[in-house]
Design a binder for this molecule. Structure first.
Ligand code: PMV
Length: 357
């Protein structure tokens, strides 16, 4: 598919009013997206686990207005949020060619998250996908579309808001970015991963240690830009292709040892790219490294398949099979909560995608 396939055919419609609510999850990448080209096109393919409990819920209502410009009000947790407007205005500007009808409506958007506000957990993935789903729902009121096209269109729009958001539509795993070994994979939208998946991953756990709830020192937008002209960029992008090829059989057989090595190598490579950009920056905190060392020590001593990954921040995602949950939660309580800000962590697990409420 090409971007023009997402421009709807001309339609005639009587603009009415209505309302819809969608709930969309966050996701955690195992193979990371870091670096992009013009038009929110990823520099390399990525693969993520969809989460289950870290959600954004967005209610969007619409009423007819005279065409000419996009008009919207945005409320976050019940309060009007002026600081979110520039990002939303940019989003609406980007999606207008693909949803020209939005100019015929005034939109009221109410959004809230299930995870603690400013926990350092990025809400852009769940937030942008929930909004994209509401907008695609509105489009479906005007022109028919198949379920498959609905998901692709929502993912395509979400990508224009925040790249990784395009992987928050379905689950339990999503791929985004063209990859030789993933049939139908596209740079334009996220695709549900339909290759063989071992049962061990179907209820995989993700406990998110909230190491640093402060605002990020470097936005991911700025971080992606620094991959242009990065001395290691070309090798990193081909490594991501290799990692996806290597991950496929591990996901099929449930080889956790190799899965954990690949996942941790990806996390540390992401941060190595940050530490070797110009300008360089570090998002990990001393507590992030303490936790990583404790996890390695615990794994060495007990043989328990506990691994970590990181996103663009200091928080640590601990991934492990559901069967090991009790012992791992005991270990987290005894050894790791001391490194969490206000001893906070979130117990999440793999999820199955967004839902209309
Ligand atoms: O979607 P963005 O622009 O916030 O970038 C997200 C990048 C990482 O979270 C670091 C990796 C990923 O693939 O999600």
């Amino acid at each position: 598919m090409i971007a023009n396939d997402f421009i709807p055919a001309p339609y005639n419609f009587e603009a009415g009013s209505g309302e819809v609510t969608w709930q969309a999850p966050s996701n955690i990448a195992i193979v990371k997206y870091w670096g992009k080209k013009e038009g929110q096109i990823p520099a390399n393919p990525s693969l993520s686990f969809t989460l289950d409990k870290s959600l954004t819920e967005t209610r969007m209502s619409w009423e007819p207005k005279k065409a000419g410009g996009v008009s919207f009000d945005f409320f976050f947790e019940g309060k009007e949020k002026a600081s979110f407007r520039p990002k939303l205005e940019q989003f609406f500007d980007r999606i207008r060619p693909y949803q020209p009808f939005i100019e015929s409506f005034h939109l009221t958007i109410n959004s809230s998250n299930t995870f603690p506000h400013s926990s350092g957990i990025a809400s852009s993935a769940s937030g942008m996908s929930a909004l994209a789903l509401c907008l695609t729902h509105l489009e479906r009121q005007i022109s028919e579309m198949t379920e498959e096209h609905f998901n692709r269109k929502a993912s395509f729009l979400a990508r224009l808001g925040s790249g990784s958001a395009c992987r928050s539509i379905e689950g339990p795993l999503m791929s985004w970015g063209e990859h030789r070994d993933i049939k139908g994979s596209s740079d334009l939208f996220g695709l549900r991963y339909t290759e063989p998946l071992h049962d061990i991953f179907k209820d995989y756990q993700d406990t998110i240690l909230l190491i640093d709830k402060g605002s990020k020192k470097m936005s991911s937008t700025a971080g992606h830009q620094l991959m242009h002209g990065h001395p290691f960029a070309a090798e990193r992008f081909s490594q991501a292709h290799r990692h996806i090829a290597e991950l496929k059989p591990l996901l099929a057989t449930g080889d956790l040892e190799a899965f954990i090595f690949l996942m941790e190598r990806e996390a540390l490579t992401l941060h190595a790219m940050m530490m070797t950009s110009d300008p360089y920056f570090i998002l990990m905190q001393p507590a992030t490294l303490e936790v990583i060392n404790k996890v390695w020590e615990y794994r060495r001593e007990t043989g328990t398949p506990l691994g970590f990954t990181l996103d663009a921040g200091a928080n640590v995602h601990l991934l492990y099979p559901a069967d090991n949950k009790d012992e791992i939660l005991k270990f987290i309580e005894a050894e790791l909560v001391a490194y969490c800000e206000n001893r906070q962590y979130i117990c999440d697990r793999i999820g199955f995608g967004a839902k209309k409420l």
